[in-house]
Every structure is written in C-alpha cells, then in structure tokens.
Design a protein around this ligand. Structure first.
Ligand SMILES: Nc1nc2c(ncn2[C@@H]2O[C@H](COP(=O)(O)OP(=O)(O)OP(=O)(O)O)[C@@H](O)[C@H]2O)c(=O)[nH]1
Ligand SMILES: [Mg+2]
Length: 438
C-alpha cells in the first residue's frame, strides 16, 4: 500500500549525543546505497560512514541497522541510522535522504504503517503513544501492558465469541429444518448475556482512564482554611497566592503532581462562603463545579474554626472526600487525628506524611488496577457502549433476523475498537461448527 519511502528523526529534536533517523519503505535499500552504505546483515548494528550522495562528502560516522520486511516495526523494509545528534549532522542527513527521493514522514506514519501491516492493532498503537507520553511509573506500566496486547486480547476474545454466537444464530435462521443441536438458540443467548455482563463490568471500571489521564483532586473548604498553603506544600512550590485575607483565591489553580507513581492534577479553589463580590461569587461557582468534577476531594478546615456551623463545605463531603483540619500548630494541645479526620499543618508540615499516605491510599483505590486491564480511553468507552447497546437491542428483538443484525453491529463496534472491521468470517465459523446438510 505504501509506495513511498518515508524518513524521520525518531529521537527528539535538538542537540544530543546520538540521534536516530528511521527510514521505512521499499526504497530503503536504494537510499542506503545512495548514502554509500553496504547493506548490513539484518538486525545487526554495524559501523557506517554516511556520505552525501551529491557531494560525496562524509556526513557522519555512525551505526546502521537494517530490518528487512516483514520483520520490522512497520512491516516494511526499515533502516535505523544512529548518528551524532548535532544540528548540522541531523540536518544534512535528513536533507540527503530527501535528495535521495524519500519523503519526510507525517506524524504517526510509522505506526500507521505498522497497523496496516498487522504488526499491531489500534489499542496497541494507542498504547505506543501513551508510552511515549507516560510521565509516571504507573502510566508507563499500563501503557506497556496495553502495548503487549492486554486490551487487544480481551476485545479479540469478545469479538470472536460474538461472531460465534452470531454464526450459530444465523444457522438457526438459515437452516431451520436441518439437524442442528436442539438448544443452539439458548446457548447463543446465554453467551450474549455473558458478554453483555462482561462489557458492563469493563465499562464500570474507570481506573485505566484515571491512570492515563491522571486523577483530578480538588481542595475545597471555607476561606482562609489554608487550601492554597496545602496546595503549595504538596506541590513544593509557591503555585498559589497565600494571604491572611479570606477570599484570596478566586480562580481554580492547578498543579500536576506525581504522587507515588500516579499522575494527579491537584486543584486549589476559592473558599466557599455566602456573599462576597461578583468575582468571588464566580470563583465559588467555579470551585463547586470543580469539586463536582473531581475524582477525589480534600475538604480542609481551619482548626480554630472547625467544627463551626459551616454548611457550604460540609455539604459536599462524600465517600470520595478526605477531611483535614489545618493549622495544627495553633491547636493546644496538638492532636494528629480526630476520628477519621487528619490534623495537619500546611505551614509546619505537621501530620503531612500521614495525610499524604492517606491521600495516596485513596488514589490507589481509584486507580490501582491490580491484575485487571481496564479500558484507557474514551474511544474504547464509546465503542463498548455501542456494542453493549446493540447487545441489549439484540436481546429484546422480536425476530431472530433483527437480533442477528444487532449482533452484527455489536461485532462491528468491537472490530472498530481494534481496527478489524470485517465481519465476513462469520460463514467460516458456521461451517466449521456444524456439518449442515452433509
Ligand atoms: N499557623 C498556621 N497558619 C497557616 C497554616 N496554613 C495556612 N496558614 C495561614 O492561613 C492564612 C490563609 O492561608 P491560605 O492558604 O491563603 O488559605 P486559603 O484557604 O487558600 O484561603 P482563601 O484562598 O481565601 O480561600 C495565611 O495567612 C496562611 O499563612 C498553618 O498550618 N498554620
Ligand atoms: Mg486560597
């Protein structure tokens, strides 16, 4: 499909010890010859002097790797040129490849070719992007598992089972008088119910998205409780303005943290109270919206004021809220816990270790996937919802013909998820499983 041979700098742009240029396509062999490089043995790094085809000048002395099709990342002929990562070296090398008739790759084009050559499915291609974007250890781990096919296996298995059920249903429709086992239809529906149940459970699990996108944690509380001070303490920098004036914070202030390997977006919000000027009211409205959207909340109170008859914050405390009393240093005698409530000081650091440990435990309960491989993107969610809805419709259909159409749509949704959209293998399954009329 890809007549054009493409090339790109695979390593980051800018000055570096080594840069890697990747070439893929039928013209790779020719391009290497033009650069004066004999073809190395497959998959072995060899020393190479890259020469400019136009001037015959040596551009660099580096390493060359040759991956003949189909055993390469893209499934095409691929070469990797490991050169020195200087501006002039990389620029001249890319220019030489362009002059040799190769085309600069578009974003994601190598991976797209890998997908087209069946080197990976769509979930694996997505995982590759996630791995490159991973900022925390847990994100890295999840991306690697998905890249290894953990999601693909689940979806391929579901699709396979669904096609099987569909094939059996179609057998019942097409060959009603034949010698089919008596309970084929019942088995089909038992399988559909089973699948539907598995998909619902899978859809109910947001941990994979939490890991990939990071958890949103909102700090809420009355004015002056020390919310901005807590944000700064957790971020270890003065991200938000702190002042003794109640109503200092108006906008939502976000910092991105790596808490125990989990990506977290921590949001400081305006203190919740009645009244205030128009700007503060808008800030409070934003605080409430953010709290509603958050995966976890930290409700923070001033030790001297708590438990006053405060309702704005108290009313927002739920199972996903960690409650803490701040300014422990002003309390006498000092306490570190009141019931399940943490007593901390954002200023002195008192009680902060235990508080952060509790926060991390909460985060884990939202994001730790254990052995499960949850979906990781909205695209997966959409396709699975579509699949699930089609299964529900199939179950409710009055006619087997209509049900089979819905099963077909459900299979198609799963096929789209992995990038495999043909459903014509149904017939093969029919004739393999039943000896119809013969
Ligand atoms: N003694 C003491 N003072 C603190 C502590 N934490 C914060 N403060 C002080 O409390 C005041 C309010 O702190 P902020 O962090 O601005 O409080 P806030 O909750 O963000 O306030 P608003 O943005 O107005 O809602 C400041 O003067 C802080 O220095 C603490 O642990 N101990
Ligand atoms: Mg503040």
């Amino acid at each position: 499909m890809s007549a054009e041979t493409i090339f790109a700098l695979a390593s980051a742009a800018g000055r570096a010890g080594i840069a890697v240029v990747r070439v893929s396509g039928d013209g790779t062999r020719d391009a290497l010859a033009r650069l004066g490089c004999p073809l190395p043995p497959p998959r072995k790094a060899v020393r190479a002097k890259f020469t400019d085809p136009a001037s015959g000048e040596i551009l660099d002395d580096g390493l060359l790797l040759w991956f003949p099709a189909p055993h390469s990342f893209t499934g095409e002929d691929v070469a990797e040129l490991h050169i020195h990562g200087g501006r002039a070296v990389t620029d001249s090398m890319l220019a030489a490849l362009g002059a040799a008739g190769l085309r600069p790759a578009e974003a994601g084009e190598f991976t797209r070719r890998a997908f087209f050559h069946d080197k990976m499915d769509l979930t694996q291609a997505e995982a590759l992007a996630d791995l490159v974007d991973a900022e925390t250890r847990v994100q890295q781990k999840q991306a690697l598992r998905q890249m290894g096919g953990a999601l693909k296996e689940i979806y391929d298995d579901w699709r396979h089972r669904l096609l099987q059920a569909l094939a059996h249903l179609e057998a019942v429709i097409d060959f009603p008088d034949e010698d089919l086992p008596p309970d084929v239809a019942n088995k089909v529906w038992a399988e559909v119910d089973d699948l539907q149940q598995a998909i619902v459970v899978h859809l109910g699990d947001a941990r994979g998205e939490h890991i990939r996108e990071g958890l949103m944690v909102a700090i809420i509380g009355p004015p002056n409780a020390g919310k901005s001070s807590l944000l700064n303490a957790l971020a270890r920098r003065e991200a938000a303005i702190v002042s003794p004036i109640p109503g200092t914070t108006r906008d939502v202030i976000e910092v991105h943290l790596n808490l125990g390997g989990y990506a977290v977006t921590l949001a400081d919000t305006a203190g919740l109270r009645e009244g205030g000027d128009a700007i503060e009211s808008e800030g409070i409205a934003r605080a409430k919206r953010r709290a509603a959207d958050a995966d976890l909340k930290i409700a923070l109170f001033d030790g001297a004021v708590y438990p006053a008859r405060e309702t704005a914050t108290m009313g927002m405390i739920d199972d996903d809220t960690l409650v803490a009393i701040n300014k422990a240093d002003l309390l006498s005698p000092p306490r570190d816990r009141e019931g399940g409530i943490h007593v901390i000081s954002a200023k002195t650091g008192f009680g902060m270790d235990a508080f952060v440990a509790a926060l991390l435990q909460h985060i884990r309960s939202k994001a730790d996937t254990g052995a499960a491989m949850p979906l990781t993107r909205i695209r997966h969610r959409k396709a699975l919802e579509e699949c699930s809805n089609a299964l529900i419709r199939a179950r409710a259909a009055a006619l087997a013909e209509l049900a089979s159409e819905d099963l077909r749509l459900a299979a198609r949704a799963l096929g789209r998820l992995t990038g495999r959209i043909d459903v014509e293998d149904v017939l093969d399954v029919v004739f393999r499983d039943f000896c119809i009329g013969k």
